[in-house]
Design a protein around this ligand. Structure first.
Ligand code: ARG
Length: 271
């Protein structure tokens, strides 16, 4: 009788133990299975990576004697953070380091006027395109009658941003181009002003931004063929929930015509 009771008790204890272990496991598993969005909400902040050398997309500006990163991409990033109910932290880096920062988890998303090329889409996920722009070739104003076609660029020194699609365009579409790739677009424009390169390729709004503030550089009418164009936000693969949430923020902004407004405001801020 007593023996029987003891074995009953042991059985109950064993069931309880298994239960505890099971619940324990389930908890740690849940921890692991927190989606990216849940993790971001738990932390209360989202980190964006950008390359702030690309006015009006993103650039440095002194606001109240303090250096700030502004631009229409940044306004979009703020809206994304707002819709998630978290704070936005901005990390500025060279354009060619952005996708690695995404991969290592150093940033949660990248907004940098980045074109969603097929090649990049093999490594990261992209939202929908939120803005469209084509390429422009800028030259020194004194060269404007000498450089008017792709042929005129033949064998010339072409400045492009490292890791950008412009780097590929220069290499693939300009015969015998001597391509000079630098990390920052601001340095490319200096190279152009100092005649270290003959031309620089950037998206039209950026070309306009630099040309409007520098009388010695000017846009040409040169166009390239078969361009991949447009800007989208990049996110590390496997975070579909985040892509979805960002797409709905973009849908809202597009519907409200806010992006056009952000672009105009950003252009106003260039100095
Ligand atoms: N759209 C081009 C690309 O994706 C250039 C983007 C450069 N962006 C920047 N913030 N500097 O390659």
């Amino acid at each position: 009788m007593l023996k029987n009771n003891i074995s009953k008790i042991i059985a109950i204890i064993m069931v309880l133990c298994v239960g505890i272990v099971f619940v324990g496991c389930k908890n740690t598993q849940e921890e692991k299975e927190l989606s990216k969005i849940e993790k971001i909400k738990k932390e209360g902040k989202i980190v964006v990576g950008t390359s702030a050398d690309y006015p009006p997309y993103e650039f440095h500006k002194e606001v109240n004697k303090k250096d700030e990163i502004v631009g229409f991409d940044i306004e979009i990033a703020k809206e994304i953070a707002k819709d998630l109910g978290v704070k936005l932290e901005i990390k500025d880096m060279k354009f060619d380091g952005l996708l690695a920062a995404l991969d290592s988890g150093n940033v949660d998303f990248v907004i940098a006027g980045m074109t969603p090329t097929e090649e990049r889409a093999q490594k990261v996920d992209f939202t929908k395109v939120y803005y469209n722009a084509v390429q422009a070739v800028v030259v020194k104003t004194e060269d404007k009658d000498r450089i008017k076609s792709i042929d005129d660029l033949k064998g010339k020194k072409i400045g492009v941003q490292k890791g950008s699609i412009q780097e590929q365009i220069a290499t693939n579409e300009i015969p015998e181009a001597k391509v000079k790739s630098l990390g920052k677009v601001s340095d490319l424009m200096l190279e152009l002003k100092n005649s270290k390169v003959n031309a620089v390729i950037v998206e039209v709004p950026v070309a306009d931004a630099y040309a409007s503030k520098n009388e010695d550089i000017i846009l040409t009418d040169i166009e390239f063929k078969d361009e991949e164009e447009g800007s989208a936000i990049a996110i590390k693969k496997g975070n579909e929930d985040l892509v979805e949430s960002m797409n709905s923020t973009l849908d809202r902004l597009i519907k409200e015509k806010s992006i056009d407004k952000f672009v105009l405001q950003a252009i106003e801020m260039i100095d």
